[in-house]
Design a protein around this ligand. Sequence first.
Ligand SMILES: [Fe+2]
Length: 179
Amino acid sequence: MSDTMKAPPSEVSEIVDVLFAHKDMVRKYTPGGRYIDMQSDVDSPWVPFGENAAIKHLAFDVRQNAWSNVLWMKGPGTIGTHLHRGTVTMVCITGSVRYLEYDWVASPGGLILEVPGEAHTLVTDHPEGCRLFGWMQGPIEFYDAEAKFIEAIDVWWNMKHYETYCEENGIPINEKLYL
Ligand SMILES: [Fe+2]
């Protein structure tokens, strides 16, 4: 066995006060580590996204133009052709999903990685659609069937999508979602 790893799993379950010099600054300027429930609507509601889909927003990072959410396609359907300018790290939670441009099908527990510069069209054929958890970096450019640019999705679009729905439905804005 390799002895290069010096931090073994602990056998003692107790808090150790680590003497990090700047912990007061960390406490003052960050919301800290947090838990965001994505199984319920307690932390974030399902916000309609078109006729047959919804988004549960989980995190917004304006400095990185990045965001996290669960995309729920409620039945067979398509997310139109889009071009990524940033990366995507996504996990299929339920159902299945594929892309017209690729030959694989993602199933629950599978990891999907998307790279800047790729354009593709997301399709679910599953009777129950799919739920996809992801970290996205923007912008994502959407195009119509004639390859004409329609709209760019970025962290600001996602914050607006979340906040507009909350305002219209009397739901308080959850500060935990803002990094
Ligand atoms: Fe994509």
